[in-house]
Design a protein around this ligand. Structure first.
Ligand code: GRF
Length: 213
């Protein structure tokens, strides 16, 4: 097969989405060449180390400001050769200068059907609103909060849900399927902006193995 597509993953916590990437696409169509955390000692770092993936910690407090942190982070990811940056539970905002270093190549997984419930505590927001259908969005990252172009979405009906833990448990398998699928599609060059609607991503036919629902 052709060379593996080099990606980096940014984390801040448990890292179950990182684990899904390690268990599926890593070593196959992509290689995770770097895992960077905004928080020291989180279990996501241990997951990466168990797979021999180089890790780095970029705590906000260790830098004069966010811009300096972003630059150090972007420099490290570039040195490692990353061509796609995946935010998998990364709890920090990234500024435009960082995004400019990886144009059109930063993606995020968010636990709601965007544009509903962007930002923090998406599941709590959805429960408070009283929705009956919950979901997951994998999207490109732009300078706004969860406002970038949608790549993949999945939904689950939970008409009687009351507790965030119950919803998160139902969403996790969706996240762990959709994020690796989106990464594989990106690596295959199968994602293209629809010329008639730049908000819409077209998935190239012929990539059914990863694109099929
Ligand atoms: C996920 O729910 C993801 O949607 C959100 O942060 C959570 C990360 O979980 N962005 P994990 O660290 O991958 O387990």
């Amino acid at each position: 097969m052709s060379e593996r597509f080099p990606i980096a993953v940014l984390v801040s916590g448990t890292g179950t989405n990182l684990q899904a990437l390690l268990d599926t696409v890593h070593g196959d169509e992509v290689e995770i060449v770097a895992v960077a955390s905004s928080v020291v000692g989180v279990s996501a770092l241990a997951r990466a180390e168990q797979h021999g993936v180089p890790v780095g910690v970029f705590e906000r407090a260790a830098y004069a400001d966010r811009a300096e942190r972003d630059e150090a982070l972007a420099n490290w990811l570039t040195e490692r050769g990353a061509r796609l940056v995946v935010l998998a539970g990364y709890m920090e905002l990234l500024g435009a200068p960082f995004l400019d270093r990886f144009p059109g190549a930063v993606i995020n997984v968010h636990p709601s059907l965007l544009p509903a419930f962007p930002g923090m505590h998406a599941v709590e927001q959805a429960l408070a609103y009283g929705v009956k259908v919950f979901g997951v969005t994998v999207h490109f990252v732009d300078a706004g909060v969860d406002s970038g172009v949608v790549i993949l979405q999945g939904a689950v009906e939970l008409a009687d849900a009351r507790e965030p833990e119950e919803v998160l448990a139902a969403l996790r398998p969706l996240e762990h399927t959709l994020l690796p699928r989106a990464v594989a599609l990106f690596a295959a060059g199968a994602l293209a902006v629809d010329p008639e609607n730049p908000r819409r991503i077209a998935i190239r036919a012929g990539d059914a193995r990863t694109a099929g629902e």
